[in-house]
Every structure is written in C-alpha cells, then in structure tokens.
Design a protein around this ligand. Structure first.
Ligand SMILES: *Cc1c(COP(=O)(O)O)cnc(C)c1O
Length: 386
C-alpha cells in the first residue's frame, strides 16, 4: 500500500471495519446468505429479515417509510431510475436540471434528449449554487421533473433543496435530488423537505461499492417506470435478487454515519480549515465555492499558473483528484468549475481535497506541506522556463 495520505473521500470511502463485520455475517455458509425472496425455508426468511432491517435503517436516516426505499446498485442507477422512470411513466415532457450535476444525472438527461425529450440545463452562480428562482423561471406547462443535486461532488457546494422543492411542489412538478454526497453528512428529513426522490450511494458513507437506493415518496404517490425488468422485485420498480450482504452493509453504514454525524462533521470542518489555512499561505490560490455553504470535508482549490494534472503528478505524499472520478482520465478542465464561470486556466489548475473518517491532524499537516511545496516547485520551474 502506498504511504500517501488519502484525501479523496468524495470519490469513495473504505468500508468501515464495523460495517465489514456485519457484511461478513451475511456471506458464508454459516451466515445469512440465502435469497431474501425464498419463501419456502428459514434461510430465506432470515435473509428477508436482514434486508428489511436495513431498509428500516435507511428509511430512519431520512425520516421516511421503509416502503419508500428501493434498493439499487448505486447512485448512478438510482439517478437513472428516477429520471428515465418519471419521463417514461409520463410519456415524455420537459426536464430541468443543472450544468453542474454529476454525469449520472447529465448522461441520462442527454439520452432522453436524443429521444426527443426537452431538457433545460441551469447554470450555477459563481458561488456554485443553483438559484431557486432560476428553477421557477425555467418551469413550463409540460415540465414533469426537476433534478438538482443536494451537494456537488467536486466543490461540496450545498444547494437549497428546501426552497427548490417548495417551488416544484407548488407547481405540481416532481423533484429529484442526487444526495450521494450528503447522506450521512447533512440532516435529511423527507417529511420536512418537499423532495419526491433522493439518490443514495453506500460507498460515499463507508459502505460497500455497488450498492445504493432511491427514496420514492408514497404521499403523494410517485409513479415510476422500471428500468430493469425481471421478477418484479422492489414493488416492480427494480428487479433482481437482493444482495443481502451489500444491503446490510449500506444500512449499517448509514446508521453509523447518522449517529456520529454532528461530532464527525465538526471534526472534519476543523481539519479542513487547518488544511486550508496552510494552503492559503501560498499566493494566487482560489477556494472554489467559498461564498456558498459547503460540505465539511471538501476543499476545491485552484492555483494560478499551475496545471492541475501536473500538480497531481507532483503530489507524491497525498492521493487527491481533480474533482470527479469519471472525468479525471480526461485533460479537459472541470465542466463544473467552468459552469461556475471559472476561467479555463484556473479550472485547469484545480484539485479537490476531500477529508473523511480516517483523516487526522498529522495527515492534514503532511498534505498541506506536500501541496505547498509542490505548487512552489511547479511555479519555480515555470518561471525558469520563461
Ligand atoms: C458518487 C456519486 C454518484 C455515483 O454513485 P455510484 O454509487 O458510484 O453509482 C452519483 N452522484 C454523485 C453526486 C456522486 O458523488
């Protein structure tokens, strides 16, 4: 294993050892391994009981009814089910989303557009937030769905989903929010927030990869067309044998994250501020989204005169990324930062440092040192070439 400090928790998190332990009890021959849909033996009943216990854990985290939780393979599938499922059920219509959404929202929207559906992409403000009034202004007679993420994966900027949801509710339009970055980190209460669908991903809160859920409101009833057919599992919304070990892992992980949430978010905010104070000693640094409410663990920083990709290579003691795992293979500047109006050269020079449960003060100090040294070195080299 590399000794680099892991500061890419927004891309994924390791499974918490307490969660590993619960998952292990649902895998082997001595464990609760059976098909939860098997009704003819005790093995199956026990697996079903485990799955329903986890469904309650996830529902409780959202103040939802367990019948409102649909298991999926992750937030990508949950986003696809919400967006394509609503539009197909309605037989078309207009969709409103934002240019700064995750690809798991943008790509299904692009797919719908190619089949004739009209999609409006709102631009975030310079602070990274979507103005609720822009949502109101974009509503049309034929709008069937608004999809605006809770917090952005690159910048950690938090949208006002209460205000956006209220506008949608008033207009009688369904509201979906990708909450992959916020579940277990910010309070989420579907009885207080007028949101009709929420996408969750277990591996963003110390659960397993390949596991997620879509919250689907029952009152008023949200109707969705299934996107995966075969057996009618999950009240006909998502077929396929339920992955018992993954599901109990997600339930346990979310319950732990919620139980420890306030103390952990305060701890992360302190560590983040300590890291930022160190980095901010450098001249020509920009904290993207600094004027908006942001997640405690995120720092998206642009360095004048430094290329982000080169900086990533130079950062030998810290594992970070330029933003989204899906786009880090390309040399294009971040489309999220560009949508916020950041100039190309600054968007090129941005990296995301994201802290998490296993980050400590010592790691943050090492990371701060590595970043400041690497940036200084790259700038000196550029100056000498000029
Ligand atoms: C990670 C992430 C996703 C994708 O989730 P998967 O479970 O990996 O499919 C979608 N949206 C956001 C905002 C994310 O951060």
């Amino acid at each position: 294993m590399s000794q680099a400090v892991y500061l890419d928790y927004a891309a994924t998190t390791p499974v918490d050892p307490r969660v590993v332990e619960v998952m292990m009890r649902h895998l082997g021959p001595e464990g609760t391994f059976a098909n939860p849909a098997s009704r003819s033996h005790l093995y199956g009943w026990l697996a079903e009981e485990a799955v329903e216990g986890a469904r309650r854990q996830v529902a409780d985290a959202l103040n939802a009814d367990p019948r409102e939780i649909v298991w999926t393979s992750g937030a990508t599938e949950a986003d696809n089910l919400a967006i394509k499922g609503v539009v197909e059920q309605r037989g078309g219509g207009h969709v409103i989303t934002a240019a700064s959404e995750h690809k798991a929202v943008l790509d299904p929207c692009g797919w719908l557009e190619r089949s004739g559906v009209s999609v409006t992409y709102l631009a975030p403000g310079p602070d990274g937030r979507i103005d609720p009034r822009a949502v109101a202004d974009a509503l049309r007679e034929d709008t069937v769905l608004v999809s605006i993420m809770h917090a952005n994966n690159e910048t950690g900027v938090i949208n006002d989903i209460d205000a956006i949801g209220a506008i949608c509710r008033e207009a009688g339009v369904l509201f979906h929010s990708d909450a992959a970055q916020t579940a277990g980190k910010l309070p989420l209460d579907v009885r207080a927030t007028p949101v009709d669908m929420l996408s969750l991903s277990a591996h963003k809160f110390y659960g397993p990869k390949g596991m997620g859920a879509l919250y689907v409101r029952r009152h008023p009833d949200v109707r969705l067309s299934a996107q995966i057919h075969g057996g009618g599992h999950e009240r006909n919304m998502r077929s396929g044998t339920l992955a018992t070990h993954q599901i109990v892992g997600m339930g346990e992980a979310l319950a732990l994250a919620v139980a420890e949430r306030d103390a952990e978010q305060a701890r992360l905010a302190e560590l983040r501020d300590r890291l930022w104070a160190r980095i901010a000693e450098l001249p020509g640094v920009h904290l993207n989204g600094r004027d908006a409410p942001r997640l405690a663990g995120h720092l998206n920083v642009a360095f004048e005169g430094v290329d982000g990709e080169m900086l990533l290579t130079a950062l030998t003691d810290v594992a970070v990324s330029t933003g989204s795992a899906c786009t880090s293979a390309s040399l294009e500047p971040s489309y999220v930062l560009k949508a916020m109006g950041l100039a190309d050269d600054l968007a090129h020079g941005a990296i995301r440092l994201s802290l998490g449960r296993f980050t400590d003060e010592d790691q943050v100090d090492r990371a701060g040192q590595n970043v400041t040294e690497a940036v200084t070195r790259l700038r000196d080299a550029a100056r000498n070439r000029a």
